[in-house]
Design a protein around this ligand. Structure first.
Ligand SMILES: O=C(O)c1ccccc1N[C@@H]1O[C@H](COP(=O)(O)O)[C@@H](O)[C@H]1O
Length: 214
């Protein structure tokens, strides 16, 4: 039986990635604003790309511990529907960003072991969505987008009172199992639909969405 799993394809870097992600069936497209990432966009490129996204597809900006000056510039230049906070932002900072910019906020939470789950309850009180991702490896240059999965059994059967997405090391080959193991209704992918870091692959995007919904 097919499911209506919603997919976010994150880290689009080329204008042609937008129609490819939409044809594949993405419900969300993500733009990365983190200079250490191979998916980093400058504001001009992001503005151009975001403007070409049709109504109904959620445009998400991913930032890492961004200050107000950076978020002011970003939100003034790029038409956005959601902010994804992927750093060490506190629950208070999530609340502040939400009220300052009037956009829904998705907070990413890195999971490696059972103890990492306790913070979810604090963020669940202030965020609009949660992104349950793998904790980055110790020597990683970035807090996400590392093609690393966590032990999905840690969240099997868990439910939270707000929408959430599963992320971390998802690929067309493992996303079906990830959805079955966790009960996720939404999934987020970056590396798993690339042919090289920062280069999205149209066929992998199709394969990913198909497998997520199978
Ligand atoms: O994609 C990035 O480069 C990135 C940089 C900094 C923070 C987060 C980043 N990506 C996010 O991480 C998840 C998981 O990535 P992957 O599928 O394991 O490569 C991704 O969906 C982005 O939301």
């Amino acid at each position: 039986m097919a499911h209506d799993t919603r997919v976010k394809i994150c880290g689009l870097t080329e204008t042609a990635d937008i129609p490819a992600a939409i044809v594949a069936g993405a419900s969300y497209v993500g733009f990365v604003f983190f200079p250490k990432s191979p998916r980093h966009l400058d504001l001009e490129a992001a503005q151009f790309m975001a403007t070409s996204v049709p109504e109904g597809i959620v445009k998400v900006a991913l930032t890492v511990d961004a200050d107000n000056a950076m978020l002011d510039e970003l939100t003034q230049h790029v038409p956005l529907d959601m902010l994804q906070l992927h750093g060490k932002e506190s629950p208070a900072r999530v609340s502040e960003v939400k009220s300052r910019y009037g956009l829904p906020v998705m907070k990413a939470i890195g999971i490696e072991s059972e103890t990492d789950l306790t913070q979810i309850d604090f963020y669940a009180k202030v965020a609009d969505q949660l992104l349950i991702d793998a904790k980055p490896p110790k020597d990683a240059e970035r807090p996400g987008g590392n093609a690393v999965a966590f032990d999905w059994s840690l969240i099997a059967g868990r439910r939270w009172p707000l929408p959430w997405m599963l992320a971390g090391g998802l690929t067309p080959e493992n996303v079906g199992e990830a959805v079955r193991a966790t009960g996720a209704r939404q999934v987020d992918v970056s590396s798993g639909v690339e042919s090289a870091p920062g280069v999205k692959d149209a066929q992998k995007m199709v394969d990913f969405v198909t497998a997520a919904r199978a």
